[in-house]
Ligand binder design. Structure first.
Ligand code: SF4
Ligand code: SF4
Length: 187
């Protein structure tokens, strides 16, 4: 991918995004903010602002956007999709940014660790390992979860340390492999 950088700005970043499977339409953004005003995550965390993220990406602030924890906060609820006056899928643009960040090996963020362990867990047993997920996501920060874990333990609500593997796990793995192969062909 061609990259032209000047003063930290990558003038071709928007093209790179629009070539991702879910990145089309980014150049049509009006920066109207409708996506932010309908975003469920923004309503509880104003640091996450899809309009701002998309605009920064359009402006070529590649490093800032890809290294932002914010791209991992989108809940994929798609509320923004219905409201965007330009028919852009803002949540999908965020997913395109995640794909690029992963390709670049930018993985040392809570959101990435959460997503990667989530996938690993599903491909291993077919279920989320709810006991280990906070540890992989928060690392040392998991200490803050201890009081809640104790309360859950006392009420017998702690999830199993190792979830029981589902019977058709091989079908799930084959499906994932098919998706990975398709993705690789598109690159
Ligand atoms: S709603 Fe659509 S056009 Fe408006 S800022 Fe969000 S992505 Fe851009
Ligand atoms: S898909 Fe993401 S950006 Fe869109 S409304 Fe939901 S949380 Fe916000």
């Amino acid at each position: 991918m061609k990259t032209v950088k000047s003063h930290g700005i990558d003038y071709y970043f928007y093209k790179e995004i629009s070539r991702q499977p879910k990145g089309q339409g980014i150049t049509k953004c009006l920066s109207c903010g409708t996506c932010s005003s309908t975003c469920q995550v923004f309503s509880v965390n104003s640091e996450y602002n899809p309009r701002k993220l998309i605009q920064k990406a359009v402006l070529g602030l590649r490093d800032e956007v890809l290294k932002s924890e914010m791209i991992w906060i989108c809940a994929r609820c798609n509320s923004c999709l219905e409201k965007c006056p330009k028919g852009i899928k803002p949540g999908d643009i965020i997913i395109a940014l995640r794909h690029i960040a992963l390709k670049e090996g930018i993985v040392n963020y809570r959101g990435v660790r959460h997503a990667l362990f989530f996938k690993k867990s599903i491909l291993s047993t077919g279920k989320i390992n709810e006991m280990m997920l906070p540890l992989h996501t928060l690392r040392l920060g998991v200490v803050s979860q201890i009081p809640q874990s104790i309360r859950m333990l006392l009420k017998g609500k702690l999830p199993p340390l190792l979830p029981k593997r589902i019977q058709r796990i091989n079908e799930l793995k084959a499906l994932n492999q098919m998706i990975e192969n398709r993705r690789a062909k598109r690159r």
